[in-house]
Design a protein around this ligand. Structure first.
Ligand code: IPE
Ligand code: IPE
Ligand code: MG
Ligand code: MG
Ligand code: MG
Length: 296
C-alpha cells in the first residue's frame, strides 16, 4: 500500500471511532444535535486525531483508551471552526465542502452547536477512564487537553487574531503568538495527550510539544498561503477570507516566497525532531512531510 492509501485507511478507522461518539438526533434538543453532527460529519482532514493516534503508537500505546480522546479532539477542533466562521468572527459561508453551520441552521444554533461540541468533547474524553486507561494518565491528559483548548491555548490565539483585525501594524512576534495559540496549541495537544496516555516520559512529552509547535506554525503559514493561492473547490472552504477581514497573515508580513520557505523550514525541523525518537514512526514522519506541499 502506498502512503496515500495507507493514510486513507487510517482516516476511515478514525471516522468510525468519531461516529461512535456522536449523539443521536432525538429529543427537544434535536436541532442542536443535528447541527453538531452536520459539522463533524462534513469530513475534513482529521489531522489532529491522526497525529494523536500515531504519536500514541510511537510511544508504545496499545490500548483503547485513546479512542474517546481521538473523537474529543476532533469535536473541539470542529467547534472552533463553527465559531470561527460565524458572522461575528470570520463571516465565512463554506467549510469542508458544505455551507457553514450558521448558514444551514442559523447563528443561534451554530453558537449552541459549538458549545455543545465543546462540552461533549470532555464528556467523551472522560470515557477513557472506563476503557482501561490509567486514571493518573487520563487525568493528566484531560488537564493538558483543556489547557491547550482554552485561554492560554486556542481561545487565546483566536482572541488575539480577532483583535488584530482592527489594529494594523502587527509585529512578527504577535503574529507568531496568534499562530502558536490558535493553531499549534491543538496540534500540540493531539501529540502530547497521545504520548501522555501511552505513558511517555516528561522529556518525550516536552519534545512533542516542540514538534507540535513546528507543525502548527507550518500548518497555519500554509493555511494563510492557501487563503490566497488556493481555490474553494479543492480547499472546501471560502478563500480570500483573510483579505476580506483585513487580517495580518504570515504572507502579508513576509511575502509569499519567504512564507513558503519558512513553512518548509518549520516542517523540516519537526521531522528532524521526530527522527530522534528511539522508536521511530515512519508513517508519522511521512505525514508531516506531506503537509509541506498540501493544497487542502
Ligand atoms: C482549519 O483546520 C483551521 C486551522 C487551524 C488552519 P484544518 O485545515 O485542519 O481543517 P479541516 O479539519 O481539514 O476541515
Ligand atoms: C482559525 O484560523 C484557527 C481556528 C482556531 C479555527 P483561520 O480563520 O485562518 O482558519 P480557516 O482558514 O477559517 O480554516
Ligand atoms: Mg479565523
Ligand atoms: Mg477562518
Ligand atoms: Mg485561514
Amino acid at each position: 500500500m502506498n502512503f496515500k492509501e495507507e493514510q486513507n485507511r487510517r482516516i476511515e478507522e478514525i471516522e468510525g471511532i468519531i461516529r461512535n461518539y456522536l449523539p443521536e438526533e432525538t429529543g427537544y434538543q434535536k436541532t442542536v444535535i443535528q447541527a453538531m453532527n452536520y459539522s463533524v460529519l462534513a469530513g475534513g482532514k482529521r489531522l489532529r486525531p491522526l497525529l494523536m493516534k500515531e504519536t500514541y503508537g510511537m510511544m508504545g500505546g496499545r490500548g483503547r483508551e485513546i479512542e474517546p480522546f481521538l473523537a474529543a479532539i476532533e469535536m473541539v477542533h470542529t467547534y472552533s471552526l463553527v465559531h470561527d466562521d460565524l458572522p461575528a468572527m470570520d463571516n465565512d459561508e463554506y467549510r469542508r465542502g458544505r455551507k457553514t453551520t450558521h448558514v444551514m441552521y442559523g447563528e443561534a444554533m451554530a453558537i449552541l452547536a459549538g458549545d455543545g461540541l465543546l462540552n461533549l468533547a470532555f464528556e467523551t474524553a472522560a470515557k477513557a477512564f472506563e476503557l482501561g486507561g490509567d486514571p493518573v494518565l487520563v487525568g493528566r491528559a484531560l488537564a493538558l487537553f483543556a489547557g491547550k483548548s482554552g485561554i492560554y491555548g486556542m481561545i487565546g490565539g483566536q482572541t488575539a487574531d480577532i483583535e488584530s483585525e482592527e489594529k494594523g501594524g502587527i509585529t512578527e512576534e504577535l503574529l507568531l503568538f496568534i499562530h502558536e495559540h490558535k493553531t499549534a496549541a491543538l496540534i500540540q495537544s493531539a501529540m502530547m495527550t497521545g504520548a501522555i496516555l501511552a505513558g511517555a516520559s516528561r522529556q518525550d512529552v516536552d519534545k512533542l510539544e516542540k514538534i507540535g509547535y513546528n507543525i502548527g506554525i507550518a500548518f497555519q503559514i500554509q493555511d494563510d498561503i492557501l487563503d490566497i493561492t488556493g481555490d474553494t473547490d479543492t480547499l472546501g472552504k471560502s478563500v480570500g477570507s483573510d483579505e476580506k477581514n483585513n487580517k495580518v497573515t504570515y504572507v502579508t508580513i513576509k511575502g509569499l516566497e519567504q512564507a513558503q520557505a519558512d513553512q518548509r523550514a518549520y516542517s523540516e525541523e519537526a521531522v528532524s525532531l521526530l527522527r530522534s525518537f528511539a522508536n521511530r514512526n515512519l508513517f508519522l514522519e511521512n505525514m508531516v512531510e506531506a503537509l509541506i506541499t498540501r493544497r487542502k
